[in-house]
Structure formats: structure tokens, C-alpha cells
Design a protein around this ligand. Structure first.
Ligand SMILES: [Zn+2]
Length: 380
């Protein structure tokens, strides 16, 4: 459904280091904090978009620093943990919660995350001898060598996995009228499977809802592509012969316009930010953290502390950043318990499990009816 943006639809929205395309912090072409080009003023060309981004980014950081120094009020949270956040939600009529999700919320569904050594997706592609594992999501590599991506994408086709308690927690926020939006980096569509209406979801890095040719950008039938992927085949455009791929945003590609539009309008309205299972290293997604108001509390639910480079502060100056370290599921259960929502969360999870059982038995019936030839019947 979404269009692939060639340029940047929301140039002004940018925070600087990131730009509009998907990239990782530390990328040679996008790292604003790198030393190059900073030494001599003579090197700064205000017309160069990258340098202009660097300047904007530095200005923003300086502004944030001076704001931080001037702040003398009481902390926003009574404690920087689950208790503090639950208390804040109960006492402050919090309505516009924004969630930011990463691969960590889908790990318990059986989908490997990207960076965990040994089990992460990037460890699994070692056999392809890529220069960097991220190359598997790069257009130039895909153009020459699509097989690694195809093998990976085959495993990620939606319909093979079920949502996790963390996904259902986000749906529960929405059912209670407390969710403004869920920005997800995940391409697994599990937010939707957990019952979250699509208007609440921003698939920042795209998903399997559609597919396009990487040459002429013509749409490619997604169901046909799912069938191709199941068989391990690379899809080719019928018009120009170039490869086609699902609308998953590769490194260097522009994010969907919907991301910029809603990031621009939602983040200023956000009254609580919940960050779940992301290492906050892929930009521009990670920089959303810094787009909420300076008095807005932010909760990180993750295995480890992350995000300090994008403004989260768990140090002595902290006044609003809470963390629950551990799995996303444990984190949301803790929060649900403290909010008195545990039974409702359990009920949603149970309902989802029943639905999954019904769907899979219906699929089995269909497969039986169709005989042993079960083809590519896995549309969702
Ligand atoms: Zn084409």
C-alpha cells in the first residue's frame, strides 16, 4: 500500500544525525559525531546536506544540554522503575502513550533478533561471508546476490509466528484508549496479529504488506512473492527483469512517508514513551526517543541499558527515564500487575491463543481437503 519515497518528505523533521534513510549509528556516511570534517571551519559547506545535518544535530544537542542544566524542578517520576511508571500512569491521566518496538519484543515468538551473538539473525548469515552482516539488507548486495535475503525472508513471512505477551500489552493499551501510536521496526506484522488496528501501527522499516521491483519500482503481487519465497525463488519483475523484494526498508532506502508524517505529529503529543526491545542504533528510528517533550517520562524495557547516545539518561542527572531490565514479556507483566491489568492481559493472550488454534486447524482442514499438494496457501 505505501509508496516508496525517493526523497525525503519531511526534511524539517529530521534530527540531524539520522537523515531519512535507514542507517546504523556509526555508518561512515551518516555518523554526525565522527571527527571528520569538524577540525577546520573551512571544510564546512552549508549547502552540503550531510554537513548541514551535522550542524543541525550539534545545535540540537547543545540546546538539549543547556535545557538540562537549567532544569531544577522535581523529577517527573517518583522512581525510575516499573513502580514509578505505573504510579505515573495512574495519577496523571496519561492518554497518549507512544510505543517504540524492536526485535526484542518478538524473540519469545521464536523470531531471532538481529544482534544477539550466536542466535541473532546476523550470526545466522555468517555462512554467506558478508563483509558486514547488515549487507543482507543492502540494495547493492541484493542486486548482485539475492539468495541470502531470500533465504532469510522465507523464515520471516508473517503467519508462521504468534504475537508475544508484549504485543498483547500494546493492544491492551489501545483497548484502554491510552495508546497514541506504536512505531515498530519489526517486519513480522505481529502487532496487527495481536489485534492492534492498523491505524495505530507505523511499520517504520516496512513489512510484507506489499512488494516492488527494485529496478522500475513496479508493484509485485505480494502473495505471488510469498509463494516464490516459500520455494526459495527470487522474484523477478515481469516488466524490466530486475529483482523484486517485499516492501522491507533496506539500509540506504527511504523510510515510508507515513513514518515521517506521524513521527512529526505524534511525538509532540506523547505523554509517555515506552521503548521495548530495541538497541536504538538504527536511525532515524532511534532518534524518535529525543522527539518527545522534555518533561515526558520514557520507559525502557530491554535486556540491557541502551539509548544513551540518543538522549536516554540513567545517570545522576536523570529525572524522567525509567528502565525495566530483562525480557519484554517480563517487563510488561510487571507493569500490568502494578496497574491492576494482569487479568485483562492474560485474557487477551488466551483469546489470541484460541484464535491461533482455530486458524491452524482450519488451515489443516484446507490442506487435507486440497490433498497432499499444499502449494503456497499461507496468505494471511
Ligand atoms: Zn521492474
Amino acid at each position: 500500500m505505501h509508496q516508496r519515497a525517493e526523497g525525503d518528505p519531511m526534511d524539517e523533521w529530521r534530527t540531524g544525525a539520522s537523515g531519512s534513510s535507514r542507517r546504523e549509528a556509526g555508518d561512515a556516511d551518516g555518523d554526525a559525531t565522527g571527527g571528520e570534517g569538524v577540525e577546520g571551519e573551512a571544510q564546512i559547506d552549508p549547502l552540503d546536506p550531510l554537513q548541514r545535518e551535522d550542524i543541525l544535530y550539534l545545535m540540537k544537542q547543545l540546546q538539549a544540554l543547556s535545557l538540562r542544566k537549567r532544569r531544577t524542578g522535581a523529577p517527573v517520576l517518583s522512581s525510575f522503575d516499573a513502580e514509578g511508571v505505573a504510579k505515573y500512569i495512574k495519577e496523571n491521566n496519561v492518554k497518549n502513550i507512544v510505543c517504540m518496538c524492536g526485535a526484542g519484543i518478538s524473540v519469545s515468538a521464536g523470531i531471532p533478533d538481529f544482534r544477539t551473538p550466536g542466535t541473532g539473525i546476523y550470526s545466522k548469515v555468517e555462512k554467506y561471508k558478508l563483509r558486514r552482516p547488515e549487507e543482507i539488507f543492502s540494495l547493492s548486495y541484493f542486486r548482485e546476490n539475492p539468495e541470502p535475503f531470500v533465504n532469510l525472508a522465507k523464515e520471516m513471512i508473517p503467519g508462521k509466528y504468534r504475537p508475544t505477551p508484549a504485543h498483547y500489552f500494546i493492544t491492551l493499551l489501545q483497548k484502554k484508549g491510552l495508546l497514541l501510536r506504536c512505531f515498530t521496526q519489526n517486519i513480522d506484522c505481529l502487532e496487527r496479529l495481536a489485534g492492534l488496528p492498523t491505524e495505530y501501527i507505523v511499520a517504520a522499516h516496512g513489512n510484507f504488506d506489499g512488494a516492488h521491483c527494485i529496478g522500475c519500482h513496479k508493484a509485485y503481487d505480494i502473495d505471488q512473492m510469498k509463494g516464490d519465497l516459500e520455494k526459495g525463488n527470487v522474484s523477478k519483475c515481469s516488466s524490466c527483469g530486475a529483482y523484486a523484494k517485499p516492501d522491507i526498508v533496506f539500509f540506504g532506502e527511504a523510510l515510508p512517508p507515513r513514518f515521517f508524517m506521524l513521527a512529526g505529529s505524534d511525538m509532540p503529543k506523547c505523554s509517555l514513551l515506552i521503548i521495548l526491545g530495541t538497541s536504538l542504533v538504527v536511525h532515524p528510528f532511534a532518534s524518535l526517543v529525543d522527539e518527545v517533550g522534555s518533561e515526558v517520562p520514557r520507559l525502557l524495557i530491554n535486556n540491557e541499558i541502551v539509548g544513551e547516545s540518543v538522549g536516554l539518561d540513567f545517570g545522576a542527572e536523570n529525572y524522567r527515564d525509567a528502565k525495566i531490565l530483562g525480557s519484554c514479556d517480563d517487563g510488561v507483566f510487571q507493569l500490568a500487575e502494578l496497574l491492576g491489568w494482569k487479568e485483562e492481559l492474560d485474557a487477551l493472550i488466551e483469546e489470541g491463543a484460541k484464535e491461533a488454534a482455530a486458524t491452524s486447524s482450519a488451515k489443516e482442514d484446507m490442506a487435507t481437503a486440497a490433498g497432499s499438494d499444499n502449494g503456497a496457501n499461507s496468505s494471511s
